[in-house]
Design a protein around this ligand. Structure first.
Ligand code: PLP
Length: 453
């Protein structure tokens, strides 16, 4: 029964990013099944999953092609490593397929088991790159506040979440942060485009403060996801690119969320018009059916590592895991067959944007943002008598996001709250009719939250 699951859960399972005592008092919601974009819990409730699990189930639940690929590979060869100058056919096939769907200039991949491990690989790889070039002093990696790059020591250090840094003495040495391009909070009276250029200039200021000869790389998510779906102004990334080029700094795009169609392009850097040297990926590469991540290595770095680098002393037991790779191949081919990237670009992305414009009239909503199939509602007060630079922030003692999330949960909708921003990233297979259904639920939950104000 649900109660039995909850009791065993509370007794034994330490959940990630969770206040253990609070959860034990409340009891977990037990998810038992899923199909397409809907989850079912242990009490038989149907829930529309507007978060694709955790930004990952791009092709939706229950796709037989992925299930078959996993089962076939488990029977044939469930594991073999890539350490002993050995490789398995699924890993090779995936590496080749990734080169096909990646932006031009990317033909190599280093596999990991997750996005966090992918970003640890980034730290070691960029430092190795500069070492090989005889510039070991170029070791500082710049990142942004409020970024999320994972939970390993290096991933959490690259990330800019102050709560995470406070637990465990982070960041590790050699990682520094600049402000994020969060127009709603930091834009003042500037237009979005003007603010985008100003926010990018903070990178140049930081490079000059550290000393260009010490800066190895800059890393950012095309759209900050876990930070609250902070969509940067279009002027931001091209300017970041120009600054990195000017000082020879490697540019890293963390596409763990934005990759594999989320923004209506295969990769978010293509949506925002920049050309990174390295790309971290995970999540959507297998639609979350099985763990897999890694780094797409662009020609500039690959050439140095391969031709001059010798052994790169780094790797994971599960680098190129054959079952994970077989699922990824099936997943990418399915995304291609269903034309999901184009569909998000031409149809469902613009449709969601239209509906979100309409949600902007809700009395609780002070800003809406969408990018492909990811979106945010900034909740706040319209009377300008609250906090924040626009006077629209609710008092922090009242966690409006959590109240709204509670109403969503009770009404068959999974939406995530990041402070006072409500965010979604539904599966890319979502139809227009399902987007309508989701928008009705969202409005209902906003109305219920308003009644609590
Ligand atoms: N990078 C980004 C942008 C993410 O959103 C995440 C996870 O949400 C990660 C890295 C870490 O990935 P993982 O949880 O697979 O380690």
């Amino acid at each position: 029964s649900t109660q039995q699951w909850q009791a065993a859960d509370a007794a034994h399972f330490l959940h990630p990013f969770t206040d253990f005592q609070a959860l034990a008092k409340k009891g977990s919601r037990i998810i038992t099944q899923a199909e397409n974009i809907y989850l079912t819990d242990s009490d038989g409730h149907r829930i529309l999953d507007a978060m694709s699990g955790l930004w990952c189930v791009n092709v939706g639940y229950g796709q037989q092609a992925l299930i078959d690929a996993a089962t076939r590979q488990l029977g044939q060869l469930p594991f073999y490593n890539a350490f002993f100058q050995t490789a398995t056919p699924p890993a090779i096939e995936l590496a080749e397929l990734l080169a096909e769907v990646s932006p031009p200039g990317f033909s190599r991949v280093f596999f990991s088991g997750s996005g966090s491990e992918g970003n640890d690989t980034i730290v070691r790889m960029v430092r190795r790159y500069w070492d090989v070039l005889g510039q070991p002093q170029r070791s500082v990696i710049l990142s942004r506040k409020n970024a999320y790059h994972g939970s390993t020591m290096a991933g959490a250090s690259l990330g800019g979440m102050s709560g995470m840094h406070a637990q465990g003495g982070l960041p590790i040495p050699g990682i520094q942060h600049i402000e994020q391009p969060y127009w709603f909070e930091n834009g003042g009276d500037m237009s979005r485009e003007e603010f985008g250029r100003v926010a990018a200039s903070w990178l140049e200021q930081k490079i000059l403060a550290v000393g260009p000869e010490k800066v190895a790389a800059f890393i950012g998510e095309p759209v900050q996801g876990a930070g609250g779906v902070i969509v940067p102004p279009d002027s931001y990334w091209p300017e970041i690119q120009r600054i990195c080029d000017k000082y020879g700094v490697l540019l890293v795009s963390d596409e763990v969320i934005c990759g594999f169609g989320r923004t209506g392009h295969w990769f978010g850097c293509q949506r925002f018009g920049f050309k990174p040297d390295l790309i971290t990926f995970a999540k959507g590469v297998t639609s979350g059916y099985i763990p897999l991540g890694g780094v797409l290595v662009g020609d500039r770095v690959a050439k140095v590592l391969i031709e001059q680098g010798g052994e790169f002393e780094h790797g994971y037991t599960y680098s190129g895991h054959p079952v994970a790779c077989a699922v990824a191949v099936a997943n990418i081919r399915l995304i291609q067959q269903l034309g999901l990237v184009q569909q998000v670009h031409d149809d469902t992305g613009p449709y969601l944007a239209e509906l979100y414009k309409q949600l902007a009239d809700h009395p609780l909503v002070v800003e809406t943002q969408t990018c492909g199939l990811m979106a945010a509602l900034q909740l706040g007060r319209r009377d300008g008598k609250g906090g924040g630079t626009r006077g629209q922030r609710f008092d922090e003692s009242w966690s409006v996001g959590m109240v709204c999330r509670g109403h969503c949960f009770a009404n068959g909708l999974i939406m995530r709250a990041v402070g006072d921003r409500m965010i979604i990233a539904p599966p890319l297979v979502i139809t227009r009719a399902q987007i309508d259904e989701m928008a009705v639920l969202i409005r209902r939950c906003l109305d219920l939250t308003l009644q609590d104000c």
